[in-house]
Structure formats: C-alpha cells, structure tokens
Design a protein around this ligand. Structure first.
Ligand SMILES: NC(=O)c1ccc[n+]([C@@H]2O[C@H](COP(=O)([O-])OP(=O)(O)OC[C@H]3O[C@@H](n4cnc5c(N)ncnc54)[C@H](OP(=O)(O)O)[C@@H]3O)[C@@H](O)[C@H]2O)c1
Length: 284
C-alpha cells in the first residue's frame, strides 16, 4: 500500500481518510477532490491513474444529497453509478486494488434483523434514486474490477461537511423545539472511525462486500436527543412519524447493517455510536 489515490477526497469521509493515510509512513497519497478529478470524466480518470500508478484507489466520491438525487436522477446515475464504474475500470487497467464506498440505502428497510453483507440488495424499483444509483455503482464496480472491496456504511457524520449532528446543534441553538422522525432506525457512523476502518481494511487486502458502521442502533429522534443532551442544551425534541415530515426521497425504515464480516477481518468492531457522537459533540 505505497501509493493511494483517494477520489472525493474533500468530503466527510474522504478528508479523514486522506489524513489518516498520509500520516502512515511510506504511504504516498494523492487526494483528489471533485475540483481536481471528476469521476464521470473517463479520460481524466484514466490519465490520472496512468500517471500516478496507485497500488490502491479508494473511491469516496459520490453525489450524496439524497433528496436532490430524486430531481437530479441522471446526475446521481452518472456519478454514483457510471462514475464508480469508470474508477473501477481505470483501477483495473493499472492493476490497482479498489475500495469503493456504498450505502445502507441499497436495502429497502423491510428486514427484521441487521442486514448482512451477503443479503441481496432490494429490487431497484423499491429504492430511492440515490439508492438505485449506488446499487448501479456496486454492480459496475463488480463488473469492471476483478476483486474490489465494497464497503457499505450508513448515517455518516463528521467535521468535514454538512451532516445531521451539525444541523441538530445549530437548530437546537435557534429553536425552542425540534421535531425529528422516530420511525427510521439505523447506525450513525463517525467519519473518522470509518476512515480508520478503511485504513485497517486496506492493510488486510480484503475483497468482496463488507458492512462498517459504529455499533448499536437508534432512530433519528434518539440520535437527536443524544446530541442535544451531550451539548448540554435543554431544547425539547419531539418524536414524529416520517409522514409528518415528507421529503422527496423514500428512506428505509430499518437499515441497520451487520458488521460481523468486518469484525472477522479487522479483529474488532468499531466503538458504539454513543461513544462516537460523544467525541464529536465534545470537539464540535
Ligand atoms: N453521508 C452519508 O450519510 C453516507 C451514508 C452511507 C454511505 N455514504 C457513502 O460514503 C461515501 C462518502 O460520502 P461522504 O459522506 O463523504 O459524502 P460527501 O461529504 O458528500 O463527499 C462526497 C464527495 O464527492 C465529491 N463528488 C461529487 N461528485 C463528484 C464527481 N463527479 N467526481 C468527483 N468527486 C465528486 C463531492 O464534492 P462536491 O461536494 O464538491 O460535489 C464530495 O466532496 C459515498 O460513497 C457515499 O455514498 C455516505
């Protein structure tokens, strides 16, 4: 793992991943943000890889605005689907390993237990446009690269971009009361912890599909309550149903991911979501 190219390197996940890899001795990181490398530009991606000759490519680039993906579904398909395929094809052409990031939104949320890495994703028609585009990306990555590692994660937050905890902290300071949905359950995941997991996985040479989130599960309402409590605020948080806060994209009601395969590969799970958000709020 001497030469690593990170795409989408200025985002929530790309930023801490870049920082952690760059801190390792003997690793030469090329951190390409959207401005430096557009993954939908096949020629640019191919030239970049031919020139840099990475041993490993980590594709953190994506169009992640879930609701905007509904009205801009072509863009979602181009970036999250075909762009991922372009990165995979270019990585294969220079014999680079590939870690591609995907999402819990490839599941429809009907499960009664955490989704395992081997569970089949939902039929595309049951997914929102973002989920469909990410599923297309998984399929193209598998088609264009002989042995990719696809890391599915969920509910990512961190220091390096807009995210749910920052929104809650801002709104809780502005308003006497927050209304937050209490019928979608998942696992909030701190980008810094996920970046550490990517570095660990990169060092093992694992391939296939792996789920990686912080431990435990909660609803968005429970997550918001914990954020407000940790910040020492008294803002009232009111649980509501998804129907009371309609958004363009359909979200899975339940998208907890089973991290067992990651534990087998890395030797230990990530810490619980409660520990992780406590650290985030302390440093916010
Ligand atoms: N955030 C979550 O809750 C979540 C949950 C599950 C999975 N994931 C996955 O985790 C990965 C990392 O996402 P993130 O959370 O770090 O989101 P993020 O903060 O939005 O980062 C994604 C980055 O990709 C860049 N990008 C967008 N279009 C691009 C293009 N055509 N070419 C190159 N770069 C492009 C964005 O740049 P601009 O902003 O300048 O366009 C942004 O810096 C993605 O695969 C995402 O699908 C995220």
């Amino acid at each position: 793992m001497q030469r690593v190219l990170i795409t989408g390197a200025r985002g929530l996940l790309g930023t801490p991943t870049t920082q952690m890899l760059a801190a390792l001795e003997g690793v030469n990181v090329l951190a390409a943000g959207h401005g430096e490398l557009d993954i939908t530009n096949r020629q640019a991606v191919q030239s970049c890889l031919k020139e840099f000759r990475p041993d490993l490519v980590i594709n953190c680039a994506a169009f992640t605005k879930v609701d905007a993906c509904e009205s801009e579904s072509d863009r979602a398909e181009q970036v999250n689907g075909h762009g991922a395929g372009i990165v995979a094809e270019a990585a294969a052409a220079v014999n680079a390993r590939l870690i591609h990031i995907s999402t819990d939104y490839v599941f429809d949320g009907a499960s009664m237990r955490p989704y395992r890495a081997e569970d089949p994703p939902a039929p595309a028609e049951l997914l929102c446009a973002y989920g469909r585009s990410k599923l297309l990306g998984e399929r193209l990555v598998q088609a264009k690269h002989a042995s990719p590692l696809i890391v599915r994660t969920a509910w990512v937050y961190g220091e390096d971009g807009p995210c749910f905890p920052r929104t809650i902290l801002r709104l809780a300071a502005e308003r006497p009361e927050l209304r937050v949905v209490n019928d979608q359950t998942g696992s909030p995941t701190y980008a810094a912890d996920l970046a550490g997991a990517l570095v660990a996985l990169a060092q093992t040479g694992a391939t296939g599909i792996v789920h990686v989130t912080n431990g435990g599960q909660c609803t968005w309402y429970e997550f918001a309550c914990e954020i407000v409590r940790l910040a020492g605020m008294t803002t009232k948080v009111v649980p509501i149903a998804t129907e009371e806060y309609p958004l363009p994209a359909r979200r899975p009601k339940y998208s907890v991911l089973d991290n067992q395969k990651y534990v087998e590969i890395a030797g230990a799970p990530l810490r619980s979501w409660r520990e992780a958000i406590a650290e985030f709020v302390r440093s916010a």
